[in-house]
Write a protein that binds this ligand. Structure first.
Ligand code: AMP
Ligand code: MG
Length: 500
């Protein structure tokens, strides 16, 4: 059975939706932090807006929450990770190709089932839970696409110009109510409903007008410059399908149907923390051997951009007891937990033993650069479970593994049906060293040069050099089987920012 088919058979996971009123700070309610700051202020302790301070929460308060009526599956039991892995061919945790790791992850995670009804503007960036069926035709009437004259095409000459009599004007929103007879025409403005009996619009620049006499040149096409009723959206048909993230065009389209509310999946709750004895939080003094914890900032940024509701659990020491407590807390409050550090060869044993108590977690060495070690699975605490993504500690590796494994998994959990990003082709300006047998994500700068997209690397590509990510506008994706690249070769790139 293919993974896709296998994934289709897995039961949907129904995590209870907690979409209650957002008047109270959710983090406070859960006892994770105490913020008694005035609305709109920044909590200096966490260097982050408190939820009280987020006006978007008030705007996006759900009209009501419901549970999505998912189709019944033939196997309602949630598969274990072991079962998913047993269906994966050529599975080797110590040299796992990127595509295989994603195959396992995507087969194991399931969309959350909680749905809430939101007003259209509050639904921007959210994932549509149910298709939007058009209750009307858009446009609702045939109308003019240009300023000009509406005519009966049958009146026009095949080879000779024809002179018609103008009998009135139709404006957008102000219809011409009379009937157009043979030899007559009506002046029309863009968006005006086509007057009765007319089927063609001649643009005003093409005609010769003398008083009410309008001369139309020969050879005008029937139906030209006329928009047909329903040509944009047809009554009774799906205008938008479930599983898409609502972009500005979509909320405009929903409004064009006269619909004021939509059903979207509830927000995904993601808890995250950094691990490492050497880590110091911003605002504290750096001692010898210490580094500032930057991963909690990049993780927060990436989660926020994805539209997740994130919970920052801070820095956790490399101590089994502290780690276990943090994982338990995270699993109890979130749908997914993302951590950094603690999975590299030197540290994995500690984490592995502790994880075994909490659930089912596998430790992988992925055939990729940067970001070789990673842990993945599901952990449980206080009657709830959460997917776990244990990312490496190196700042670039965190971002690369997040974008290439976690992002797609979280989008799938959010109900998105299009979690993958497109790869584009660009000409490499320089040679790149690359060994077959692993996927590499180099950080590049994509630029249009002489009408063609060219890409160059940002400089030093070490997995600790966060500047390489900051300067980059794309990943150069060098595939698993690919060898070295010569200057002038075409490579695949993934653009980091898009039009949304
Ligand atoms: P680890 O994967 O925990 O062995 O960490 C690998 C490297 O990443 C080490 O040099 C760490 O100091 C660094 N590192 C780990 N976590 C962080 C973090 N949160 N922020 C910045 N650097 C980190
Ligand atoms: Mg560490």
């Amino acid at each position: 059975m293919s993974q896709r088919a296998y994934a289709g058979r897995l039961a949907s996971r129904d995590q209870a939706s907690r979409t209650g009123p957002s008047r109270d700070c959710e983090e406070c309610r859960r006892g994770l932090r105490s913020c008694h700051l005035p609305r709109g202020s920044v909590n200096p302790l966490f260097d982050q807006l408190t939820c009280e301070a987020r006006p978007d929460r008030l705007d996006s308060r759900p009209i009501h929450a419901e549970v999505l009526n998912l189709p019944k599956r033939d196997n309602p039991r949630v598969a274990t990770l072991k079962e998913v892995i047993s269906c994966t061919s050529d599975y080797d945790p110590d040299a796992l190709p990127v595509a295989k790791a994603n195959e396992v992850i995507r087969s194991f995670v399931h969309p959350v089932s909680g749905v809430e009804k939101l007003r259209v503007r509050a639904a921007l960036g959210r994932v549509l839970a149910k298709e939007v069926v058009s209750p009307i035709n858009v446009p609702s009437h045939d109308n003019s696409a240009m300023d000009g004259y509406a005519v009966r095409n049958d009146d026009l000459g095949a080879g000779e110009p024809v002179t018609l009599t103008e009998i009135g004007t139709a404006y957008a929103g102000r219809e011409f109510t009379g009937e157009v007879r043979r030899g007559e025409c009506v002046r029309v403005m863009t968006g005006a409903v086509m007057p009765k009996n007319t089927d063609t619009v001649i643009i005003q620049e093409a005609v010769n007008v003398e008083g009410k006499r309008v001369t139309i040149p020969a050879r005008q096409e029937r139906g030209q410059n006329r928009r047909l009723a329903g040509e944009d959206l047809q009554k009774g048909k799906a205008a938008l399908t479930a599983g898409r993230m609502l972009r500005p065009a979509d909320i405009g389209l929903i409004a064009s149907l006269g619909i004021g509310e939509v059903s979207v999946r509830r927000k995904l709750k993601v808890a995250f923390f950094s691990t490492g004895d050497e880590l110091v939080s911003v605002g504290k003094k750096l001692k010898a051997g210490n580094v500032y914890d930057s991963n909690r900032y990049t993780l927060w940024g990436m989660l926020t951009r994805l539209g997740c509701e994130s919970t920052d659990l801070g820095v956790v020491r490399d101590d089994p007891k502290e780690l276990e407590a943090a994982f338990r807390k995270a699993a109890a409050v979130a749908d997914a937990v993302v951590t950094s550090g603690g999975v590299s060869v030197g540290e994995a044993d500690l984490t592995r033993q502790m994880m075994a108590k909490l659930g089912e977690v596998v430790f992988w060495k992925i055939a990729m650069r940067p970001g070789r070690p990673m842990a993945f699975g599901r952990i449980r605490a206080r009657g709830r479970s959460a997917y776990l993504f244990g990312l490496p500690g190196n700042p670039v590796a965190v971002m690369v593994t997040f974008y290439h494994f976690v992002r797609g998994a979280l989008l799938t959990m959010m109900g998105r049906t299009d979690p993958d990003l497109p790869l584009l082709r660009a000409k490499s300006e320089t040679a790149m060293r690359k060994k077959p047998g692993r996927t590499e994500y180099q950080r590049g700068i994509l630029e249009l040069k002489n009408g063609e997209w060219g890409v160059r690397l940002t400089g030093a590509q070490g997995s600790g050099i966060l500047r390489s990510m900051s300067e980059a506008n794309c990943f150069v994706v060098l595939g698993h089987d690919q060898g070295a690249i010569n200057a002038g070769d075409y490579v695949e790139v993934m653009v980091m920012d898009g039009l949304v």
